[in-house]
Each structure stands twice: as structure tokens, then as C-alpha cells.
Design a protein. Structure first.
Length: 91
């Protein structure tokens, strides 16, 4: 009945980050899934402010997001903006 809990992968972000990343594939709408992924990266940016540049962009946060996910995010339409040439507008 309860979700098995393990130590969070990132102690600064906590267990909720792990749950958010695990839930992402269940978001059916592509546009909503991308917004949700940006919220996840925004949480990483808030938890690791030293990774964010003066313009609010963070290659390290996006790389970390892709590292934490236990599945291929690109299969769900999520792209790292630093690899795809898009703007990092995750907040």
C-alpha cells in the first residue's frame, strides 16, 4: 500500500525530487510533461544555487536531471536545452 522509501538520491532536493522524476513518464500530455520536467529542473536549481548563472540558466542542473532519471528522458520528449540549442527557461 505504501511506496517503498529509500534514501533520496539528492539530499538537498530530498525524496520528493525522486518521486517527481519517477512520475514524469505517467504524464500523458507531451506539453504538460515538458512543463513538469522544467519544474523538476527548477527544484534542482533552487536546491543548488551555485550551479545557476546570473541569467538563471544551469547546464549542471539539466545534466544532473538526466543523470538522476533511471530512464531515457528523450524517449518522453524531454531534451536538455544545452544540447538541443533551446533556451533554458526552467524555473
Amino acid at each position: 500500500m505504501f511506496i517503498e522509501q529509500k534514501k533520496p538520491k539528492d539530499f538537498d532536493c530530498g525524496y520528493n525530487l525522486d518521486l517527481m522524476i519517477a512520475a514524469l513518464p505517467r504524464v500523458k500530455d507531451d506539453e504538460e510533461r515538458i512543463k513538469y520536467a522544467k519544474r523538476v529542473v527548477g527544484l534542482i536549481k533552487q536546491s543548488h544555487p551555485s550551479w545557476v548563472d546570473k541569467d538563471g540558466k544551469s547546464k549542471a542542473a539539466w545534466d544532473y536531471f538526466f543523470e538522476l532519471a533511471e530512464y531515457d528522458l528523450t524517449e518522453y520528449g524531454i531534451e536538455n536545452p544545452f544540447n538541443s540549442g533551446h533556451d533554458d527557461d526552467a524555473k
